[in-house]
Design a binder for this molecule. Structure first.
Ligand code: MLT
Ligand code: MN
Ligand code: ZN
Length: 299
């Protein structure tokens, strides 16, 4: 299986336009420290790629990866579509940026589709540009993606809704899922879980035989958002299990057999945005790493 790490930051990116925190200020001064919104691309056979979550940075993210560039025909693109793990704005605002397509394939749960159609009105807004064609992301059992070598499944994580979708009717409650991908060519398994409000038992099952896992690394510890002064809520209160401390995910990750264990969706307040921070040594000692921008991962 081939993956591209297109971005590794939580909503706002690093730097965030209205933030002068140390992480944002450092990234403003040193472009190598910048992080785009969290997203990966997965090769789905025959040189076709699916982008997992469509961020506000998707245009630049595609430009930075030669494998995603158009050609050989003037309007040929290797980007076959978008798979969504949730309907948060940082994972969906890239959909309208792709409106120059002749049509756009979106793979999502019923709840996420309801948010994009009923909440963001993207079906109506985009119809005169590029019609959206929807494929249900299977949550009960894996299914082949486009009849190709990848089997995909959404692992239910939580019913955490985006703030704009607080009152929306939806046909299911799979608001946030982890994406599990199995490549039938080599049996390799990827799990991409950028938004963890909790750690359901189904996630342990999905991770047991995974070769590569990307996990929500938004906050280093539960108090970080309050300490940073931008909210009264804790990390857990914001729907993100912290990396360390009570309820932290680091010990769970450390116990997994996966060869690659990565934190992604880092908030700009997270100490890990500083490459010299001792937190990286703590991760390394547990066999874990912070995901890097633009990395190519071959499983
Ligand atoms: C999240 O990851 O919790 C959301 O993207 C935050 C938001 O509402 O912007
Ligand atoms: Mn987010
Ligand atoms: Zn900041």
């Amino acid at each position: 299986m081939r993956l591209l790490t297109l971005g590794t930051a939580a909503g706002g990116g690093v730097p965030q336009w209205n933030c002068a925190c140390p992480g944002c200020a450092a990234a403003r001064a040193e472009p190598a420290l910048r992080r785009r919104h969290a997203s990966i691309a997965v090769e789905a056979g025959g040189g076709r790629w699916y982008v997992v979550n469509a961020t506000p940075d998707i245009g630049e993210q595609i430009e930075e990866c030669a494998a995603l560039h158009p050609g050989p025909g003037r309007r040929d693109t290797p980007v076959a579509g978008v798979i969504l793990t949730d309907a948060e704005l940082d994972h969906t605002l890239g959909v309208p940026r792709l409106r120059e397509a002749s049509g756009l394939r979106i793979v999502a749960t019923g709840a996420v589709r309801a948010a994009l159609s009923g909440g963001l009105r993207l079906d109506r807004v985009l119809a005169p540009y590029a019609g959206l064609s929807w494929t249900a992301l299977p949550v009960r059992r894996p299914e082949a993606l486009d009849g190709g070598p990848l089997e995909i499944q959404g692992i239910r994580i939580s019913g955490k809704r985006p703030r704009y979708a607080a009152d929306l009717e939806a046909e299911d409650d799979a608001w946030v899922v982890a994406l599990r991908v199995r490549d039938r060519r080599d049996g390799k398994v990827l799990v991409y879980a950028p938004c963890l409000a909790g750690w359901p038992a189904g996630l342990d099952d999905a991770l047991r035989d995974a070769d590569c896992v990307f996990v929500d690394g938004t906050f280093w510890d539960d108090e970080e958002p309050r300490r940073a002064g931008f909210t009264e809520r804790t990390a857990t209160g914001m729907g993100h299990l912290p990396i360390t401390g009570p309820g932290g995910t680091i010990d769970r990750l450390a116990a997994l057999p996966a060869a690659r264990r990565l934190y992604t969706h880092l908030n700009n307040t997270n100490r890990l945005v500083d490459p010299g921070d001792a937190g990286h040594r703590r991760l390394a000692a547990a066999g874990i790493e912070a995901a890097r921008e633009g990395a190519v991962i071959e499983l």
